[in-house]
Design a protein. Structure first.
Length: 277
């Protein structure tokens, strides 16, 4: 069995072969680890590119900026508004393909402008086999996936991130806010804002892994089952209900099944996981 260090060495050697990279950086677990290793290996020949949009919470952009400042990494922020992509707001099954194509096309343009020969992204070995139409865009545009090339799983990345002292080693999984919508339900800036603020409230209350799925005017909260009791302590559930209704939700519910990656894909009638989760 390949050891963690052997996988990390394979990753480093691959990045050296690439020579210069623009890392699609979201401040998540995977892209933070990839950016750190790329910068350690390539120095100034590794840059970070983050896209700013209404489906990307301000807290994530703030974390991305702070990390790059701390590590001395050149960081470029570009605007990428998914709602302007034809068909995206109707939330079709290939929503992530439409988004990734536009996203990586813009990152590719920025990479060329700043002298980076390759664009790299942070999908890992666990992502293979999932329902991920966005990976089709990655392949079509020639985007490199170094973590998958090195055979790194999410658990591997968390372990190595901890060894490197990265603050993201135990960061909860995150996906773009559009993944909170039932396929076919219109995605609007207003609804994205409702979901964002609802999830931020739960995070501010100390919950770790959270999702607020939107079904019309219904908010369906997903938490880890071990955190259910916290929701019902200290009148927190009442406060959550009151706050989320103030955002525009008519009903606020707790999913008794708990947090489930890609739960919206049940509406597709397939045993698949979400592209962005």
């Amino acid at each position: 069995m390949t050891s963690l260090e052997e996988k990390k060495q394979k990753l480093e050697e691959y990045l050296k072969e690439l020579g210069s990279v623009a890392v699609a950086f979201s401040s998540g677990v995977d892209s933070t680890f990839l950016l750190k290793v790329a910068h350690d290996v390539l120095g100034d020949r590794a840059i970070a590119v983050t896209t700013r949009s209404c489906s990307f919470p301000a807290r994530e952009l703030k974390e991305a900026t702070a990390f790059c400042e701390k590590e001395g990494i050149r960081h470029i922020v570009i605007d990428s508004e998914e709602l302007s992509i034809e068909g995206f707001r109707h939330n079709p099954k290939n929503r992530c393909y439409l988004c990734k194509w536009e996203l990586f096309t813009k990152i590719g343009e920025m990479a060329r402008e700043h002298g980076a020969a390759n664009v790299v992204e942070g999908s890992n070995l666990d992502d293979e086999g999932d329902y991920r139409p966005g990976m089709q865009a990655v392949a079509e545009l020639g985007i490199k996936s170094p973590l998958r090339y090195a055979g790194l799983t999410k658990a591997d990345i968390r372990a190595l991130s901890r060894e490197l002292g990265l603050p993201t080693w135990d960061k909860p999984s995150f996906a773009c806010l559009a993944s909170r919508f039932v396929y076919g339900e219109e995605i609007t800036e207003e609804k994205l804002g409702m979901v964002d603020r609802a999830e931020q409230w739960l995070l501010d209350e100390g919950f770790h892994q959270v999702r607020v799925r939107i079904h019309g005017k219904i908010a369906r909260i997903e938490l880890e089952p071990e955190e259910f009791s916290r929701l019902f302590a200290d009148e927190r559930a009442e406060r959550a209900n009151r706050y989320m209704k103030s955002l525009g939700f008519d009903y606020v519910t707790l999913d008794l099944g708990g947090y489930e990656m890609g739960s919206m894909n049940k509406t597709l009638g397939q045993e698949i996981k979400s592209e962005s989760e």
